[in-house]
Design a protein around this ligand. Sequence first.
Ligand code: NAP
Length: 495
Amino acid sequence: MPSPGITIIGSGFAGLCMAIKLKEAGYHDFVILEKAPDIGGTWRENTYPGCACDVPSPLYSFSFELNPGWSRLFSPRQEIWDYLRACVAKYGLAPHFRFGKEVSGLEWDDERATWQVSTADGESFPTNAVVSGIGALHIPSFPEIPGRERFTRPAFHSARWDHSRDLTGKRVAVIGTGASAIQFVPVVAEQAARLHVFQRTPPWIQPKPDFAVPDGMKRALGMPGAARAVRDSIYWFLETRALGFTVDPRLMEVQRRVAERHLARQVPDPELRAKLTPGYTIGCKRILLSSDYYPALTRENVELVTDRITEIRDRSIVDAAGREHEVDVIIYGTGFKVVDALNDQRITGRNGLKIQDAWRTGVEAYLGVGTSGFPNLFFLLGPNTGLGHTSVVFMIEAQVRYVMDCLRLLSRTKARAMDVRPEVQRAYNERLQRRLDRLVWTEGGCTSWYLDEDGANRAIWPGFTFEYWARTRKVKPEAYELISPSPRRSGSVLG
Ligand code: NAP
């Protein structure tokens, strides 16, 4: 591969947004490396039945590419994937993709001030800057339950759904009751002869105000300004939820009442209701939205098992009460290895610094975008920029605009690379962690994938998203060390 100016990794919302903004700026010397044979990230990989977004589509889409044609308020996965494909076509991104290219390593060349990108198929090439849009939720996590590998019948993870398995009339076990499981459990419950849902921790669930958008409304949304007004209203409505998350957890009381009323209305049986009532502060784990999950659990053919799983045998699951549940299929809705996804990367920065060593005391970055010692490596949806209350596409756009500003700074100063100053990164993260310490994700009495093994929150942005937007609006040159070209090479990233 000829050496591209910029290498983007991943073709989900993040990678595509970066590519679109580069093209809009008239910059075409970039490639998008995608490990899979197609674009789409999360929305390509998750094909489980019932998969949809739990953030309203007018906001879970690009602000510069509004779609008045969404079929529902919360669009199904296929439609979101189609939307991304339409963006690829409209912005002419096709020539930039390199499919089947899994990045296996990134190595910074101090002498040349370039990255050497290696892919799993043995290719290697230099590039001036790397933008990583790999997301955090792509390595399936399987529970460490004794005997798991002994199960002789079909078993698969929600993010690797095995569509060749017809679940009709089967005895099915679902392990996990998170955001993915609550979407596919209602569908599986209708097909299976018996469904055993193994719950470790009950999630807080609120009603999903989903509806099919009538044609008349779609036409109205096509009128000038209408789709934007709807998007803005949803944005500000969801932003009010951040008050409880980021200002005072006591404000979550209203959210709790909404969820409790939802549970009471949908589950009349007090015993089942008790099993489904969470024992931690709402918001500590992601608040889930569903109007069909609780009704599915009240069906005759569905059993909610709350006794811990002690063992998996060749055809069954044994719980702590000693009951053996014989099943034909196990579906793992057990989430993703998040911190591993960051730590698994083989990235070597300045002076041979490995990213695992840089992150020995915790995964961190400045503004979630850059990590000291790794010049011209920009993360999209990097550390502490995930959200619990609104659309991550908003964060992606803020970050892409910030990266564009960084590239312009390089161009203006004729520097070859920029590296976050360690003291700036430290001060930023100390403030961030102090703020997170007293918030619901840490204080709410739960464990979640937001927290690392030391209990520090490395995933979530602890504020309003407009605050993040304001902080990333303009790059502060003093936060970076600008690395000048060596005498033998010249020019900056954007030329
Ligand atoms: P998740 O939220 O991490 O849930 C994993 C589930 O598996 C939890 O219920 C967990 O229980 C359970 N589990 C894990 N290990 C277990 C074990 N050893 N024994 C029994 N149960 C175990 O994973 P997810 O549902 O795939 O969702 C991951 C993230 O993806 C979400 O937080 C969200 O950000 C994203 N997502 C988004 C959407 C959307 O519509 N936007 C949809 C799906 C997913 P504990 O709670 O006890 O750990």
